[in-house]
Ligand binder design. Structure first.
Ligand SMILES: C[S@@+](CC[C@H](N)C(=O)[O-])C[C@H]1O[C@@H](n2cnc3c(N)ncnc32)[C@H](O)[C@@H]1O
Length: 176
């Protein structure tokens, strides 16, 4: 039996922190690509909305609501008024979207974000600073959220990444 080229494994970071998302909660996979994380959360029993400018790649994310949208061309945000229990972004960076990502989190919602970081240019692409997180950038994005885990400048598998798992609102230790 051959390997299904579309069954690409989820990021270990996203898989590791998937359990932070409340059971049955809604998940938004932004710039979903082939839909590996949409599938991960569908398999975990979540409702999933997946957005990409090219949703033809995500055809195996059956069960997800697939939305074709260009996130960078100034079009209106396709999910206005919608809140999610988690927003997942991997291997994608468009800084003007940061406020929208945070606004899409319901109270208690989980931000799972992992992408290339400064230093990756040593290994190859992406090398454009527009596509590389600056040191501490995801921590800055998650200011005011409860950070469950954060890694910065980790070089592995010939790439440099930064990643975060954070929960909207105060953590249990800060609750009255
Ligand atoms: C490197 S892939 C990552 C896919 C997926 N998140 C993953 O990690 O498997 C980047 C994705 O961003 C999408 N993308 C790039 N520019 C976009 C834009 N302007 N609007 C929406 N999606 C975009 C691409 O179509 C592609 O699927």
């Amino acid at each position: 039996m051959g390997t299904d080229p579309f069954r690409v494994a989820p990021s270990p970071w996203i898989a590791r922190f998937a359990a932070l998302v409340p059971a049955g909660g809604s998940v938004l996979d932004l710039a979903c690509g082939g839909g590996r994380h949409a599938r991960l959360f569908l398999d975990r029993g979540h409702t999933v909305t997946a957005v990409d400018r090219d949703v033809t790649q995500a055809r195996l994310a059956e069960g997800a609501e697939l939305i074709a949208a260009d996130l960078e061309d100034g079009s209106p945000w396709p999910l206005a008024g919608c809140g999610f229990d988690a927003v997942v972004v991997t291997n994608y960076l468009w800084r003007p979207l940061f406020p929208t990502i945070l606004a899409a989190l319901k109270p208690g919602g989980v931000l799972l974000y992992e992408t290339f970081a400064a230093g990756n240019e040593v290994f190859g692409r992406p090398a454009n600073p527009d596509h590389l997180l600056r040191r501490g950038e995801l921590l800055d994005l998650a200011r005011g959220l409860t950070v469950a885990a954060y890694e910065d400048g980790i070089a592995e598998h010939a790439k440099v990444v930064q990643r975060i798992a954070a929960i909207s609102g105060p953590g249990p230790a800060e609750l009255p």
